[in-house]
Design a protein around this ligand. Sequence first.
Ligand code: LLP
Length: 431
Amino acid sequence: ISERQVNEAGHLLVGGVDTTQLAKEYGTPLFAYDTSIIRRQITHFKAIFEKANVKYQISYASKAFATLAMYQLINKENIHCDVVSEGELYTAKQAGFPMNKVSFHGNNKSISELTFALDQNIGCIIIDNFYELSLLDQLTQDRKQKVDVMIRVTPGISAHTHEYISTGQEDSKFGFDLNSGQADQALEQILAAPYLNMLGAHCHIGSQIFATAGFVGAADKMMHLLIDWQAKFNFTASVLNLGGGFGIQYTDDENPLAPETFISAIIEEVKQLSSKNNFPCPEIWIEPGRSIVGSAAISLYTVGSSKSIPNIRDYIAVDGGMGDNIRPALYEAKYETVLANKMNEPANSKVSVAGKYCESGDMLAWDQMLAKPTAGDLLAVLDTGAYGYSMASNYNRNPRPAVVFCEDGKSQLVVKRESLADIVKLDITLN
Ligand code: LLP
C-alpha cells in the first residue's frame, strides 16, 4: 500500500508534494506518481538477482503504464522493457528507449507490427504461435535480417488469480502448448529458419499472484523443457523468461509475499535443476509490470454529490470512475481510499465511492472508512499506478485525466489532460 505521508495541514503528500496543491494546479481526476517508488522497486529487483549471483534481465512490462516519460524513466534505470503493440513500441521509440532492449509480445502480431519491429532492430520477438512463426520466418528471409527470438509456452500451471488475468493454464489463448509437443515443433521450425536466432523460452502464468507455488512450478516445467531440448535437439537455450505477475498489496487485509520471496524461490529452482542436470544456468528474465508501478501512484478525485439510503448505504460520487480505472468494474478489484485533504480527521464515516459514469458497475470502492466527506473534498484512491491510466477510455465522452510525476517535493506534468476538443478530434461530420 502506498506510503501515506501527511503534512501538518493534514494533507496527503505524493513524492513530498501536497495533493491539494496538485489538485489545484492540474485539476482532477489526476494520476500522481511518486517516481522514487518506481526507482526503488527496480533497485530492489536488481539487488535480489545480484545477491543470488545469476545472470538476469529485468524487462518492465510496459502495458502496466506506458507513456514517453515512463519509458525515459525506465531507460535511466537501465533495464529492458517489453511491448505488446506497435503503439507501445512507437511510444518507446519516441521516448528514445534503446530498441535493442525491447522485447515484443502478443498473440496476434500483424505483418505491419512485425515489420515495424524489424525496422527498429528490436531486441527480441517473443513468438506466440505457428502463424506468427511462419510470418516472421518469411519476413526475415525477404529482408535478409537476423532477429533474436524466444517462444512463449503455456506451461499448464494455474496461478490462482482472477480468471481474466490468468494465462498459464493449458486452455489459454497465449503461447505454444507444452503437453502436446507444440513447443518442440516450434523449436524445430525456428532452428531451421535461417534468420531466426533462438534465445530460449518464455512463460507468463498470470498477474497479481500471491503464492510462490505457481512460479516454482512454472520454473520447474520450463527448466525441464530446456533440458529436454538439449537432449532431443542439441539446442542449449541461453535465456529462461518467466514473465511477470508478482502481486502487490491493494488493501489492508491482503498479505502478499514480497517479490524477493517469489524471485528467490524461482532462482533457487532454476539453479538447482541446472546443476542437477549439468545444464548451464540460463539467464533468468522477469517481466514485472504491476510490481514496478502499481504502488507508485494514486488517483485524485474531487467529491461531488452524495446519496444516503437509510439503513442500506451511503454513497459519495467523484469526478472520475471507470473511464480512468476500469479494474473494479472488470475484475472486482479492491482499493483503499482516503480523503486526502482530511488525513488528520477521524475516519469514522462508512461510505462507498461511486464514479460519474452511467453504469451501476461504476464503483471505485465499497464500504470505505473515511473522514466525514463533503462536496469539494479530495478523494485519493491508492495504488492505482498499474493498469489504471493504461486502460483508460473515453467512455461517456469523458476526457482522460492528466498524469504527474512527483519527487523531492516537485511535480512535473507528463501527460496532459484531454480537452473537449480532443474528444471530437477524430470524428468527421456528415457531408
Ligand atoms: N509479461 C506478460 C507476457 C504479460 O502478459 C504480463 C501481463 C506481464 C508480463 C506483466 O504482469 P504484471 O507483473 O503486471 O502482473 N489488466 C490486468 C492485468 C493484465 C496483465 C496482462 N499481462 C489488471 O489490471 O489486473
